[in-house]
Design a protein around this ligand. Structure first.
Ligand SMILES: CC(C)(COP(=O)(O)OP(=O)(O)OC[C@H]1O[C@@H](n2cnc3c(N)ncnc32)[C@H](O)[C@@H]1OP(=O)(O)O)[C@@H](O)C(=O)NCCC(=O)NCCS
Length: 243
């Protein structure tokens, strides 16, 4: 049975990237149902509604989940277990885990970390977002930092133009971090900036379990930093109403 979550999320000692993300979102936005609503499903499953999308970690009954998502108006779901009946699966996503300290990489020529991380720069660097999605990401990055639930590194070029960014969502209960918002300006790619930023950020969190979700092709980018495939990754699902 799917029911609203009344207390805090207790994601367990080794949550996956989705469970950690749900836990942090719930910590940040539980008091603001217009932004995020969290539900429990069956044996330890979690479902979270955000905008017209949803996240599901752990088990849930497929028929009930499909009905619930339709009622809530959700059009897309990222799930690491439950499969909503009748929804169309999208391409697989890999979950990677950092297996040791990342290498200390030198900054590429002309690349400078900003003194203070710049959430607006990070939001503007993300490819393929609508204006509203950029604003939501900006607000998310600010909220996570302000509550100690996130970290951000941003870098600029010598002329001050935006270069790149990497962020970690931090779930302090399980000391799990989820790498997000990794992006480098298109004209600066292929010179080591992406790996330098990811390594520098992850090195600040020794002893944390660091995870990420990415398209299979990007495992080649993360592997030299020490990221390896962990459990089976989540999948995207699209509502049957979506064309
Ligand atoms: C992915 C991204 C951050 C890499 O930044 P970058 O500064 O070009 O990366 P680096 O120069 O540090 O590393 C380059 C290496 O990563 C590999 N790589 C970069 N992008 C890749 C991609 N999309 N798919 C597969 N490999 C990729 C390159 O082939 C190169 O490999 P090599 O060293 O074995 O030759 C950048 O391409 C980007 O911003 N992409 C759009 C946003 C994105 O996809 N973010 C990742 C979300 S999980």
């Amino acid at each position: 049975m799917i029911a609203p979550l009344t207390g805090p999320v207790t994601p367990g000692p080794r949550p996956g990237a989705l469970a950690a993300t749900i836990a942090v979102n719930h910590r940040l936005y539980a008091g603001c149902p217009a932004l995020c609503r969290t539900f429990v499903a069956g044996e330890g499953g979690l479902i979270q509604l955000r905008g017209d999308g949803a996240l599901a970690a752990g088990p849930a009954d497929g028929e009930e989940l499909a009905g619930f998502l339709a009622f809530a108006g959700a059009r897309a779901l990222r799930s690491d277990g439950a499969v909503p009946a009748g929804w169309r699966p999208g391409p697989p996503v890999c979950q990677l885990e950092l297996t040791g300290p990342p290498p200390a990489l030198r900054a590429p020529a002309g690349a400078l970390l900003t003194e203070e991380p710049a959430p607006r720069l990070a939001a503007d660097l993300q490819p393929g977002l609508t204006g509203e999605e950029r604003d939501n990401l900006y607000a998310d990055l600010c909220a996570r930092r302000n509550h100690g639930l996130g970290a951000l590194l941003t870098a600029v070029k010598e002329d001050g133009g935006p270069l790149g960014c990497a962020a970690l969502l931090l779930e302090p209960g399980s000391r799990t971090g989820v790498l997000t918002a990794v992006a480098v300006a298109p004209d600066a790619r292929g010179r080591g900036a992406g790996r330098w930023l990811v390594a520098a950020l992850c090195r600040r969190y020794p002893g944390w379990r660091l995870l990420l979700e990415c398209a299979p092709a990007l495992t080649a980018f993360y592997a030299p930093l020490g990221f390896r495939a962990s459990e089976e990754g989540p999948r995207w699902y699209r509502s049957p109403e979506e064309l």
